[in-house]
Design a protein around this ligand. Structure first.
Ligand code: NAI
Length: 228
């Protein structure tokens, strides 16, 4: 496998899409799939798929396609999801509670094992959204990270607390941070960070819709002028 630095981030992101599609095919008792079929299902070209996979090694055979079990195993290994990760969550609020209820994480190898909050009214109580988890006080964060060997964390605290929590997580030994707070976190470059902001995504969507509307209106007016 080539060093991570040389692999374009979109190719890594598409690996997750390939994996999801392969899992669907596997559940359908399929054994082989071609890059063409994968591409059709994912609205990508077959050459894009071959190029992406080539970053990570030699997979499949020309004319035969990919062995679904083999490629699935390889992609899981590349993504690091061939093992189970213990994950912690900071912030047992609206978003944190919703995330804790999502069973899809466990299916993909991410086990939410601890939830922390600073609100004494929440601490010591099981989460309504996932009663298997009892909220722990944020003071216990460092000890739990070490004790349970937690390397991945979800940050779902308000923006003003996000940097301080991120610093503590990194110092405690967390190596990957999933940040939901709407701030640009300043953290050690050795720590992987993934940020999601639905408002930003919605802005991108509204931009595309506005663009499409402008194009449609320009086209309409062009046709009207032509008719006259
Ligand atoms: P919330 O107010 O319901 O929950 C925040 C929780 O964090 C509370 O339980 C609070 O007690 C806890 N908290 C505050 N300071 C803390 C600290 N220092 N240590 C530990 N716990 C602390 O807020 P909500 O709606 O759940 O949002 C959480 C974060 O996620 C916010 O930053 C919000 O802007 C962001 N968010 C991001 C979205 C996205 O698309 N990325 C979507 C929704 C929310």
């Amino acid at each position: 496998m080539k060093p991570e630095g040389n692999i374009p981030a979109p190719a890594v992101r598409r690996l997750s899409l390939y994996l999801r599609q392969l899992e669907l095919l596997w559940a359908d008792d399929r054994q082989k799939v071609s890059s063409k079929e994968l591409g059709k299902a994912l609205r990508l070209t077959d050459s894009q798929i071959r190029k992406d996979l080539a970053y990570f090694g030699q997979f499949g055979q020309a004319g035969v396609g990919y062995d679904i079990t083999e490629l699935t195993t390889n992609i899981r290994r590349i993504l690091g999801t061939d093992r189970t990760w213990n994950v912690l969550l900071v912030g047992a609020g609206n978003l944190g509670s919703a995330l804790s209820a999502y069973r899809g994480f466990a299916k993909r190898g991410f086990r939410l094992v601890a939830v922390f909050d600073s609100d004494r009214k929440k601490v010591g109580r099981p989460l309504t959204s996932n009663p298997e988890l009892t909220v722990q006080h944020i003071d216990q964060l460092e000890e739990e990270v070490r004790r349970r060997e937690i390397h991945l964390a979800i940050n779902a605290v308000p923006a003003e607390a996000a940097q301080q929590i991120a610093n503590r997580l990194v110092k405690a030994g967390v190596r990957g941070l999933f940040n939901f707070a709407p701030v640009n976190l300043d953290i050690d470059s050795q720590v992987a960070i993934s940020s999601v902001d639905l408002a930003v995504q919605l802005e991108q969507l509204s931009f595309q819709v506005s663009m499409n509307q402008s194009i449609a209106e320009a086209e309409k007016s062009r046709k009207r002028k032509k008719k006259k």
